[in-house]
Design a protein. Structure first.
Length: 249
């Protein structure tokens, strides 16, 4: 932990639980004021805010479905109106509807694309109106955005959105580089969360595919996000950085 993010403001989408909550807590511990969004977990979001406040930080929680462009844009604006500025956007929200591709309905495809991809576009566009030199856009992709080791059946739609986020990161990094804004993609492997529990049905094949033979912890991802958000990562942009225990090695 360090104070490298003092006076910075961060918005972490999907920050009430799992990886997003860990990133929010870590950015706050490093000195940032933090806004988090959630969809239905108001109590969990309030707990994250309370934890940050109890540790001496500042945080707010905003209900905003990542698939709802108006709500996402309003969340960015509320962050800026509350804290006066925006320096770091962490596009963390992501969803997965595990079904063989041939059985996936158009509505299910639209939901996954709407949250994992369109939601990232909308939040990033809204944030870019406020980001200044030193600004950071960080998206949480996935190791399956690069390679599918067949750990979990039926990932085609999800993996496609995570691959798209990787190329979005690379392309956007070139568009905004001269404004001093970096754009990076963090690609977790198996991380123990409500959505992907280390004791869940899909755990064994995921563990088998890691080099380290274990799940990762949400704080492993948060530590990398905090580094990328900080001033020492000034020369890292357009990168997809894996935290996957060697899954894609
Ligand atoms: P969780 O399901 O544990 O947490 C999801 C968080 O996102 C919650 O805070 C949830 O809020 C929020 N959320 C869900 N849907 C929406 C929505 N439509 N709009 C706004 N917020 C929403 O997920 P993880 O922490 O496991 O995953 C976080 C990110 O990391 C995702 O992008 C995922 O794809 C990626 N990832 C995760 C891996 C893993 O092994 N865990 C591996 C690779 C990538 P609420 O409390 O309201 O439900």
């Amino acid at each position: 932990m360090n104070a490298g993010l003092t006076n910075m403001t961060a918005l972490v989408t999907g920050g009430s639980r799992g990886i997003g909550a860990a990133i929010a807590r870590r950015l706050a511990a490093d000195g940032a004021r933090v806004a988090i969004t959630y969809i239905s977990g108001a109590d969990a979001a309030a707990r994250v805010v309370k934890e940050i406040e109890s540790a001496g930080g500042e945080a707010i929680a905003i209900q905003a479905d990542a698939a709802d462009a108006k709500a996402v844009t309003a969340a960015v604006e509320q962050t800026v109106s509350t804290f006066g500025r925006l320096d770091i956007l962490v596009n963390n929200t992501g969803t997965l509807i595990p079904k063989p591709f041939e059985e996936t309905t158009l509505e299910e495809m639209d939901r996954v694309i709407g949250i994992n991809l369109r939601g990232v576009f909308v939040a990033t566009q809204a944030a870019l109106k406020h980001l200044k030199a030193g600004g950071r856009i960080i998206t949480i992709g996935s190791c399956v955005g690069e390679r599918n080791m067949n750990m979990i059946p039926a990932l085609a739609t999800y993996a496609a959105t995570k691959g798209a986020v990787k190329m979005f990161t690379q392309s956007l990094s070139r568009e905004v580089a001269l404004r001093g804004i970096t754009v990076n993609n963090i690609q977790p492997g198996p991380i123990d969360t409500d959505r992907n529990p280390a004791a869940g049905d899909w755990a064994a094949p995921q563990i088998a595919n890691t080099a380290l033979k274990r799940f990762g912890h949400v704080d492993d991802v948060a530590a990398l996000a905090a580094f990328v958000a900080g001033p020492e990562a000034d020369y890292i942009t357009g990168a997809s950085l894996t935290v996957d225990g060697g899954t894609n090695a």
